[in-house]
Write a protein that binds this ligand. Structure first.
Ligand SMILES: *[C@@H]1O[C@H](CO)[C@@H](O)[C@H](O)[C@H]1NC(C)=O
Ligand SMILES: *[C@@H]1O[C@H](CO)[C@@H](O)[C@H](O)[C@H]1NC(C)=O
Length: 397
C-alpha cells in the first residue's frame, strides 16, 4: 500500500538524523508533542508515525495516499513547536494523469511542468512545429473528467505541406505519397544524364515552416570520350562532343580492308559514357583470289572476287537454259511439221481409196478429213479456217 514510504523515510533520516537524535534526547527531558494529526488522503512519511510522544522542533512529512496528488502550494509537513503541532490543511486531491502526448500537438507551456490536474481542469494544446490548424478550426482543449480521464482530443492540427519541388530538367521527380511533412520524394535523370546531388529529399521542419531537406539535383549530360583514331582509316563523322547514343562511323583508306565494326555508339555504363565496341582496324587488301569454276563456293572470298563469282554462276545457268530451250524447240518443230505431213498423207490415201471404190459415203468422209485437217491447222497456230471446202483445198490438198 505505502510504496513511497521506505524511500521517503530514508531521505528523511539522511537529512534530519542528527537533529532528530538530538531532539529525541531532549524530548526525554521535556516530552512535548503528542500523537501526529490526521490528514485526510495523506499519511506521515516517517517511521515514528506510531509514536505518541515527539520532542520539540520535530518535523514530520506527510505523503498523499495512492491515487491522490499533492495540491501545489499547500504545506505537507507538521512541526512540533511549543509542545504543539503546527496546523496542516488537506493538501491531497484527486487528479487526472499528466495529459496525453499527441502526435500533432504539444501542451501549451503554461501546463507543461504541472502534475496536479483536479476534475474539470482544462488544458490546452497547440500545433506541433510542422503542423497547422485544420479547418474548420477545432478546439485544442481537453478536460479532466469526473472519472479522472481526459476527454478525447480532436485532431485539430494537420501536417504542413512542403512547396512543390518544381521541375527536374532532363529528369523526373517521383512523389511516392504526397508533399506533406515527413514525405520523401525521389529524383532520377533521363537516360544519358547523370544525377548530381541528392537522389531524394524529405519534407522537414525548417524554422517556422517546412521545407525540403535538399535542393533539386541536376541532370548532367553524359559525354563519351573522343572515339579512338585508327591507322589507315578515319572517322567519317567527327564531332566536337559525343553524347549518349551518338554513332561514329569508321572508313578505311583506299587499298585497306576494314575488320571489326564500322559503327560504334556512345553508351552509358554506371553513369559513365563509353563506346559500345572497340574501333575497327584497317588491313592491307590481299590480292584478289578467283576460285576455279566453283560457283557453290561459300568460304568468304575477298570482297573483290565476289562479283566475278556471281557472274560466272549467272552465265553458266543462262547458257544451260538456252541449250535446253533450243532443244525443246527443235523437238516441237519436228513434231509440228512431221505429224501433219504424215496424217495428211494418210488422209489423202484414204480419200483417194474411197473415191476409187464407191461414191456412197462421200459426205461422211469429207467431214472426217475436214476435222483432221482443221485440228492440224490449229496446232500449227495458223489462221482459223471455217469452211471445210477451203480447208480441203488449201491445207489438205
Ligand atoms: C479537489 O478537487 C475538486 C474538483 O476539482 C475541487 O472541487 C476541490 O475544491 C478540490 N479540493 C481541494 C482541497 O482543493
Ligand atoms: C516511384 O517510386 C516507387 C518506389 O520507389 C516506384 O515503385 C515507382 O515505380 C516509381 N514511379 C515512377 C513513375 O518512377
Amino acid at each position: 500500500m505505502k510504496r513511497g514510504r521506505p524511500a521517503a523515510l530514508r531521505c528523511l533520516l539522511l537529512l534530519r538524523a542528527p537533529a532528530l537524535l538530538l531532539l529525541l534526547r531532549a524530548a526525554a527531558v521535556q516530552g512535548d508533542c503528542g500523537p501526529l494529526p490526521v490528514v485526510p488522503r495523506a499519511h506521515p512519511a516517517s517511521a515514528s508515525a506510531g509514536s505518541t510522544s515527539f520532542p520539540e522542533n520535530t518535523t514530520v512529512l506527510y505523503t498523499c495516499d495512492q491515487g491522490f496528488v499533492k495540491i501545489p502550494g499547500k504545506p505537507d509537513a507538521v512541526v512540533c513547536i511549543s509542545s504543539r503541532w503546527t496546523d496542516i490543511e488537506e493538501f491531497c486531491n484527486r487528479s487526472c494523469e499528466v495529459p496525453p502526448r499527441l502526435p500533432y500537438a504539444i501542451l501549451k507551456s503554461a501546463y507543461i511542468s504541472k502534475n496536479y490536474f483536479p476534475v474539470d481542469t482544462v488544458v490546452e494544446y497547440e500545433c506541433r512545429p510542422g503542423y497547422r490548424k485544420k479547418y474548420p478550426i477545432q478546439s485544442g482543449k481537453i478536460t479532466c473528467r469526473d472519472d479522472l480521464t481526459w476527454s478525447t482530443p480532436a485532431e485539430f492540427c494537420e501536417k504542413k505541406q512542403c512547396p512543390n519541388p518544381g521541375e527536374l530538367v532532363n529528369g523526373n521527380i517521383n512523389v511516392t505519397t504526397d508533399l506533406l511533412l515527413g514525405s520523401q520524394i525521389f529524383f532520377s535523370c533521363d537516360p544519358g544524364y547523370r544525377l548530381t546531388g541528392e537522389a531524394s529529399a524529405f519534407c522537414m521542419i525548417k524554422g517556422n515552416a517546412v521545407g525540403w531537406s535538399s535542393s533539386l539535383p541536376t541532370c548532367i549530360k553524359i559525354i563519351c570520350p573522343e572515339p579512338p583514331q585508327i591507322e589507315n582509316g578515319r572517322i567519317v563523322n567527327e564531332e566536337d562532343t559525343y553524347e549518349y547514343r551518338h554513332v561514329v562511323t569508321y572508313e578505311c583508306n583506299k587499298g585497306f580492308v576494314l575488320t571489326g565494326k564500322s559503327h560504334i555508339s556512345c553508351i552509358v555504363r554506371d553513369d559513365v559514357g563509353e563506346w559500345s565496341d572497340p574501333p575497327p582496324t584497317c588491313r592491307v587488301k590481299s590480292p584478289p583470289v578467283i576460285p576455279p569454276q566453283k560457283p557453290t563456293t561459300t568460304s568468304a572470298p575477298a570482297a573483290g572476287n565476289r562479283p566475278d563469282t556471281r557472274t560466272t554462276i549467272k552465265s553458266t545457268t543462262a547458257s544451260e537454259e538456252k541449250d535446253l530451250a533450243s532443244g525443246y524447240r527443235t523437238f516441237l518443230y519436228g513434231v509440228g511439221v512431221g505429224v501433219p505431213v504424215i496424217v495428211c498423207s494418210l488422209g489423202l490415201g484414204v480419200y483417194w481409196w474411197i473415191h476409187r471404190t464407191s461414191g456412197q459415203y462421200e459426205t461422211y468422209e469429207n467431214k472426217e478429213s475436214n476435222v483432221i485437217c482443221h485440228n492440224l491447222n490449229e496446232s500449227d497456230a495458223t489462221s482459223e479456217i471455217t469452211s471445210s471446202d477451203k480447208l480441203k483445198k488449201d491445207t489438205c490438198v
